[in-house]
Write a protein that binds this ligand. Structure first.
Ligand code: KG4
Ligand code: ZN
Length: 331
């Protein structure tokens, strides 16, 4: 089946063509440079930019897949969770195309899309499996009992891990989005140089606000004595605290539930230290790791098309009355 995926939940306008679980094209127009001076996504600007980018991005996805719009057999579109104004651009585009072409469309949960990104390598984990969804807005561990049945094992009580990266980068004036910058800078730092707290060790839930406050307190205390040469050590230690927590709890959840397969997905799964640590720990525990290539970790439409194709093949159809939702928990 040839599926057009559309994603516009935050600051990336994306379109992709997926055919029978394989990516034919994956086009992403990022708004990072536009939002960067504000240190975060400005919803009003994001919606306007999605409107400008959506058709060129779809056209490019079709051309890179070497097909025309009439070849598309189904459309998958993110309809939540995310910024309402942004989601509506993708959703109304999907509806119009589906209506004009007289083909089915399905609304896809963005988080389910992140999980489905791990299937695009051609190998799908056996049900049940454990999934860590870790992005700018979410940090949750799910026991995936079926592709539409999720048991929440743990989630953040405050900031998401991606938010912890972004806020630290903002505080240290490193730029936006913080995850990528910190990842790069941390490579030349010592992760044991600064002792940052690891919160809620006895729980499956996460908390990253204490970590952020600890960094803030440190920066304030140092004041003007703060040296740029110290930055790699500081960010490497900060990153280590996040990585430790994410890996430890996910492996524990899999171990306690006798689940040998783990999916790690979402923007933060692009982090090089997190990827290395998960690879090492799962190998040690004889577990199997499914982690998408970095381009499929951050927001993209191939993951939406991948999940949408599964839904469409199962007979799932959305109606023209489908609405966008800002909150849409998986469990
Ligand atoms: O999945 P995503 O693209 O959007 C959401 O659904 O939120 O995730 C974006 C988040 C941002 O917080 C960004 O800083 C983080 O993922 N991120 C990273 C890396 N690349 C992106 N965090 C750590 N290391 C990275 N290499
Ligand atoms: Zn995302």
């Amino acid at each position: 089946m040839i599926v057009l995926g559309i994603e516009s939940s935050c600051d990336e306008t994306a379109a992709a063509i997926v055919r029978d679980g394989k990516i034919c094209s994956n086009v992403i127009a990022s708004q990072i440079e536009i939002h960067s001076p504000f240190g975060g996504v400005v919803p009003e600007i994001a919606s306007r930019k999605h409107m400008e980018a959506i058709y060129p991005v779809i056209k490019q996805a079709l051309s890179e897949a070497d097909i025309i719009i009439k070849d598309v057999e189904g459309i998958a579109v993110t309809c939540g969770p995310g910024l309402i104004g942004s989601l509506l651009i993708g959703l109304s585009t999907a509806k119009s195309l589906a209506f004009a072409l007289d083909i089915p469309f399905v609304g896809v949960n963005h988080l389910e899309g992140h999980i489905a990104a791990a299937f695009l390598s051609g190998k799908i984990p056996d049900i049940p499996f454990m999934a860590l969804v870790v992005s700018g807005g979410h940090t949750s561990i799910y026991l995936v009992k079926n592709f539409d049945e999720y048991q929440l094992i743990g989630q953040t009580r405050d900031d998401a891990a991606g938010e912890a990266f972004d806020k630290a980068a903002k505080l240290l004036k490193l730029g936006y989005p913080g995850g990528v910058v910190i990842d790069r800078l941390a490579r030349s730092g010592n992760p044991s140089a600064v002792s940052f707290p690891r919160a809620m060790r006895d729980s499956m839930d996460f908390s990253f606000s204490g970590l952020k406050t600890s960094l803030l307190t440190m920066v304030k205390k140092r004041g003007r004595e703060f040296q740029n040469e110290e930055l790699p050590d500081i960010v490497a230690s900060y990153q280590e605290a996040i990585v430790d927590t994410l890996v430890e709890k996910t492996i524990k959840a899999a171990h306690e539930n006798h689940i040998p397969q783990i999916v790690v997905c979402g923007g933060v799964a692009a982090n090089s230290s997190l990827r290395e640590r998960f690879a090492r720990e799962t190998a040690l525990k004889q577990m199997e790791l499914f982690i998408p290539p970095t381009i499929l970790c951050t927001d993209n439409a191939a993951m939406i098309a991948a999940r949408g194709e599964m839904m469409l093949k199962n007979g799932s159809r959305s109606g023209m009355d489908l609405n966008a939702v800002s909150r849409w928990p998986l469990s």
